[in-house]
Design a protein around this ligand. Structure first.
Ligand code: GLP
Length: 243
């Protein structure tokens, strides 16, 4: 069993503060430039605070290289439901970063496999990911690495789990339009990140959190692939403390 260092926070606002402070400290240090960034409800408060701090001149993204973790397959960047649009709405359009410093996964690439390889090349060209910020899926996924996926993959196309599709249903007009396929950075890429910041919020994540805290690698819970990472920071809501 591996020991984990978890910082428990009372609520999402406290998580957002600490997460933003962590990112700012990393960026200011100068050694962290390439970031892998999550979507979902969890990181929105962190992005708001980063935008605010950037406006106040307390942090700058001018040397940053931004990547996102995942995307719905087939989804064009202009679609407001795309992760591309999410990243622009919540961070990119509010900080001092130029689009040349940003590489987001193309869900609508004509050849998804080639897009995955091109994405891996872009990550390699900046020397890998310095800081991967991850949310947690109720089924234990990180990015779109669903339960049972191999842990030795870089960017790849993935079939979305039923639980993931249910979680995403509120963002779509009906069940049939919830995407079935995603494109995601793989666990190998994430584990190779120099630092990982994992954000765990929402009571639906209790089971996944418990699997992580059990401290044993378990392919049914992809988040456990992070166990043993040498620079893993975890911020979690107190509501997820196992009872
Ligand atoms: C999606 C994303 C994940 C994210 C998860 C959690 O499935 N692909 O990267 O971690 O949502 O979302 P939320 O923060 O809304 O719970």
């Amino acid at each position: 069993m591996m020991k984990l260092d978890v910082t428990w926070v009372t609520d999402r606002a406290a998580m957002a503060e600490l997460a933003a402070a962590y990112v700012c400290t990393s960026l200011r240090g100068g050694l962290t430039t390439s970031l892998a960034l999550p979507t979902g409800d969890t990181p929105i408060g962190m992005y708001e605070r980063l935008a605010e701090r950037c406006r106040r001149g307390e942090v700058s993204f001018r040397n940053a290289k931004l990547f996102n973790l995942d995307e719905y397959a087939g989804m064009p960047p202009e679609n407001p439901r795309s992760y591309h649009a999410f990243m622009r709405r919540h961070l990119i359009d509010h900080v001092d970063v130029r689009m040349e410093q940003v590489r987001l996964l193309r869900g609508d690439a004509p050849d998804a496999e080639e897009e995955c390889r091109a994405y891996d090349r872009a990550i390699a060209a900046v020397g890998g990911i310095d800081l991967a910020i991850l949310g947690l899926g109720a089924n234990g996924h990180i990015a779109f690495n669903e339960p049972g996926v191999p842990w030795d993959l870089d960017t790849h196309v993935v079939q979305l789990d039923q639980r993931t599709r249910r979680a995403h249903r509120p963002n779509f007009p009906d069940e049939a339009s919830v995407p079935r396929i995603g494109v995601t950075m793989g666990i190998r890429t994430l584990k190779a990140a120099k630092k990982v910041l994992l954000l765990c919020a929402g009571v639906g994540k209790r089971e996944a959190m418990a699997a992580l805290l059990a401290g044993r690698e378990d392919h049914a819970w992809p988040v456990t692939s992070l166990l043993g990472h040498k620079d893993l920071s975890i911020l979690a809501e107190e509501a997820l403390i196992p009872r």
